[in-house]
Design a protein around this ligand. Structure first.
Ligand code: BYC
Ligand code: FE
Ligand code: FE
Length: 477
């Protein structure tokens, strides 16, 4: 059945997947709903449950006007299930051995395990990020930012719904068990951690929050885009709709970092010695260490440079390249190779890898290009503010925990160094506990409408045509 573009908004779970006509599935999801809400209450944003937040809610899959904005309390958010419509001629397997054949509306038996694994991995990141960010509301730099945090949080919750729908509908008993386990794992818990590395790292303050939404949510963009090329069409349509929401998360990260950089440049000018910290701001070295930290953990999320999993996923038509359908003419990738530097003793030598095995690296290339674009914007901001400082991205080899560079030591320029050299310098390159102490010392909540903390510039404009003074979160009745 083709999902319609009209959304059933009156249903207990808003959806355009025909839940009303599938009582068994509807009951299963309605049973999962209270467990989800219990998780939200335990692990979602602390203490703001009774405060109306100016949130957007997805109400349609029509690209013009898909969202509705209103003040609502987060536990009353209408988490729904939405699939993008698909045009004629687009319902094909887009990559691999079966490229060009009709897309699958059901899970092919031979790809069942791989698909389940991909969906569970994707799903697991969504609640993980909400857990990582749960305390940040207490130190928000403004009501505008507080609202954006909560907007990201409720939408990550909806992304979990999008994946849990697929697990319940297409994976039977196993899928239901996986859906339950998604509510049991916890970010950073040594006994039942989240699946991927970055989602177990603490996100204690707003500098990390903005770097996370800039760099880690951006991995989300590229993974979702690769899954939007999947031959399993329900997955492709789900992830396509998730991408419309994702754009806002990336906006929050990109502009959040930019506003901090801008403010630091202003404080540098004000201070007689150009000392940003002396003015209560965030110095550029600390900003750089934070970028180094979250960018590299996010690079890990693409998996190994040389990967049999990636080759299998691509060959099976489960996961394509970025914009596979539109950007490439040849969708099999059986010929050709990808050259990359590998560690050989004490030096780096180039090695050719069959194209399919390099799919993680090819996606990582797209991601890095996108990040470089953002860095150029931030450096423009610095130039406009009259600062001589510039921010950079570290090498993709630096500080890696996955793939061929893990277990070796590199400086941020990508040169091989000894473990000793690395240990001696890492406090200059990566976030350290003292950084967190300092950031927490300057991050006091600013809850007065239209006011912003000293360490961050105000945004250019408000949300949905509202002024910056608008009460984006109503803390007092
Ligand atoms: N941490 O061949 P390899 C988002 C494991 S973010 C821990 O190198 P593969 C969001 C791997 O599982 C997007 N383990 O990698 C953002 C494998 O384990 P097994 C999330 C890792 O499989 C912000 C082994 O290493 N979506 O949406 O080609 C807020 C060797 O695997 C890591 C997806 O990830 C790691 N970083 O690629 C909210 C899409 N990396 O089999 C949300 C689905 C690798 O030996 N996932 N491993 O036990 C995938 O497509 C793939 O699983 C990966 C890994 C790209 C993650
Ligand atoms: Fe998400
Ligand atoms: Fe996101």
């Amino acid at each position: 059945m083709q999902p319609s573009t009209t959304v059933d908004l009156n249903a207990k779970i808003p959806n355009n997947v025909g839940l009303a006509d599938d009582p068994k599935l509807r009951r299963a999801l309605e049973k999962w709903l209270p467990s989800y809400l219990e998780w939200w209450n335990d692990m979602g944003p602390t203490d703001f449950a009774d405060k109306p937040v100016f949130l957007r809610t997805a109400i349609s899959v029509d690209s013009s006007g898909w969202a509705h904005y209103d003040h609502i309390k987060m536990p009353d958010y209408r988490w729904g299930i939405f699939l993008n419509p698909r045009k004629e001629g687009e319902s094909v397997v887009r990559c691999g051995d079966d490229a060009g054949k009709p897309a699958w509306q059901e899970v092919p038996g031979e790809h069942r395990n791989a698909l389940r694994r991909i969906i569970v991995t994707q799903a697991d990141t969504e609640p993980a990020s909400v857990e990582q960010q749960r305390l940040l509301g207490h130190i928000a730099p403004s009501l505008y930012d507080l609202r954006n945090l909560f907007q990201v949080n409720v939408e990550e919750g909806r992304h979990l719904w999008a994946m849990v729908y697929l697990l319940h509908k297409y994976f039977g008993r196993d899928g239901r068990d996986e859906a339950d386990e998604l509510l049991e794992r916890r970010s950073g818990d040594p006994d039942k951690p989240r699946i991927l590395g970055a989602f177990n790292q603490p996100c204690d303050h707003w500098l990390s929050f903005f770097a996370f939404t800039m760099f880690t949510d951006r991995d989300g963009k590229y993974q979702l885009a690769a899954l939007a090329e999947s031959g399993f069409e329900p997955l492709a349509r789900s992830t396509e709709f998730m991408l419309t929401e994702e754009a806002h998360h990336l906006f929050v990260g990109h502009t959040g970092m930019q506003r901090i950089i801008q403010r630091s440049a202003q404080l540098e000018k004000i201070d007689p010695n150009g000392d940003v910290r002396n003015q209560g701001g965030i110095d550029f070295d600390l900003i750089q260490r934070t970028i180094n930290y979250w960018f590299t953990y996010s690079l890990d999320l693409f998996g190994g440079e040389i990967s049999n999993n990636a080759a299998d996923f691509f060959g099976a038509g489960l996961k394509g390249r970025y914009r596979e359908f539109r950007q490439y003419d040849e969708h099999r990738a059986l010929r050709g190779s990808y050259s990359l530097p590998v560690v050989d003793g004490s030096k780096l030598v180039d090695r050719d890898v069959p194209l399919r095995n390099a799919m993680n690296e090819i996606l990582r290339d797209e991601y890095i290009k996108d990040c470089e674009k953002a860095l150029r914007k931030w450096n423009q901001t610095l130039e406009q503010e009259g600062s001589d400082r510039r921010i950079t991205l570290p090498s993709r080899r630096f500080h890696r925990h996955q793939g061929i560079y893990a277990g070796h030591f590199f400086d941020p320029q990508g040169n091989l160094i000894t473990e000793e050299q690395y240990e001696q310098n890492k406090h200059r390159w990566l976030l350290v506990p003292e950084d967190n102490d300092y950031l927490l010392s300057i991050m006091k909540p600013v809850y007065e409408p239209g006011k912003f903390a000293n360490w961050i510039a105000a945004p250019r404009r408000g949300i949905e045509g509202n002024k910056l003074e608008f009460e984006y979160v109503k803390l007092h009745d």
